[in-house]
Design a protein around this ligand. Sequence first.
Ligand code: TXA
Ligand code: MG
Length: 320
Amino acid sequence: MKNFYSNINKSKKILDDGKVVAIPTETVYGLAGNAYSDVAVKRIFKLKNRPYKNPLIVHYFSIKNLHKDCKTNKIFDILYNKFCPGPITFVLNKKSNSRISKYVTSNKKTVAVRFPKNKIARTLLSRLSFPLAAPSANISSKLSPTCSKDVKEEFGNKIKFILDGGNCKIGLESTIIDLTGKPSILRPGSITLEKIRKVLKKKVSIRKTSKKIKAPGQLKFHYYPGIPVKMNKKYPEKNQALIGFGKEFKTGKNCFNLSKNGNLKEAANNLYKTMRLIKKRNFKSIAVTKIPSAGIGYAINDRLKKASNRWAQQQSKFLI
Ligand code: TXA
Ligand code: MG
C-alpha cells in the first residue's frame, strides 16, 4: 500500500512537470501526459513516433471535469451511466473554450474521451488538476502493451517512469464510439455492438464502421507484431507459429492456444502476449486459425485483420 501511494505521487510529480508516465488501464497500458499541455502532448507523439494527424484519447476521473471540455448528449448519458468507468471511448464535440491541446485532437473539433476503470489509473487521475492524454504505450503501429515489461520493451529508458499495475484485465484497446452524429462504432472492443444496442434499445441504429476514416489509427496496418500475420490457417508452415483456440487445438512447440477452454475473453487477454512471445522465440511469421466472431471475438478478428493487412501491404510492395 505504501508503494502504491508513493508510485502515484512519483507519477503525479513527473506529470505536473509536463513529462510522460506509462500507466496501467483495464484495457492496455497508456503513455500519459497532461492533455492541456502542448509540451507534454508533443512528447507523447515524439516518443511513439506517431503521426500528428492521429489524435489521442483523453482520460478523465469524473464527468464534472469532462463537461469543461466537451459537449455531451442523451446517448452519451445513457452509455456513460451503464458502462463508465470502463473500457469505452466516446468521440464528442469539443467546447470552444476547452483547454485541451490542439495536438491531442489533431486540430479537429472533436475529441475522444474515456473514464478508465483501473484503480491505479483512477487514483492517479483523482489527484491531478488536468486530464491525461494517453495513447497505447507502444511505438506507433505496433502491438499495445498489456504489462509493464511490454512497455519497457517498447521504450527502454526513454520514459521516466512506468507505473506498474500488473497485467491488464482485458488486454485489448477500448471500444470507440462516435457520438457526434448517428452513433457509430469506430473500433470494436470488449463492450460489444450487441451490448451497446441493448442499452440504447431501438432509439438509434449503429453502423459498425463508417466508410470515412474517422479514426486514422483504426484502418490499414496496425497492431503489427513485427512479423507477418496470416489469418484462417489450419497448419503452421516452416518457421511459422500457429495460434489457435479451444479444446481441440493441440498446444506444441510452434502451436499456441489462446484459450484451452474456448473462452473468448481469455483469448483476447492472451492475444498480444502470445504474439510478443512468438516474436521473441524467433519465428518468422504467425498463422492464426479461425477465431469465432461472437462477443469480444469480433474485436480479436478486427485486430488480426489489421495486423495481417500490414503483411498484405508489404507483399504488394514486392509485387509492384
Ligand atoms: O484502451 C484504450 O483506448 C487505450 C488506453 C491506453 O486507454 N488507448 C488507446 O489509444 O488505444 P490509441 O491512441 O492507441 O488509440 C486511440 C484511437 C486512435 O485510433 C485514434 O485515431 C482514435 O482513437 N481517435 C482519437 N481521437 C479521435 C477523434 N477525435 N475522432 C476519431 N477518432 C479518434
Ligand atoms: Mg494504439
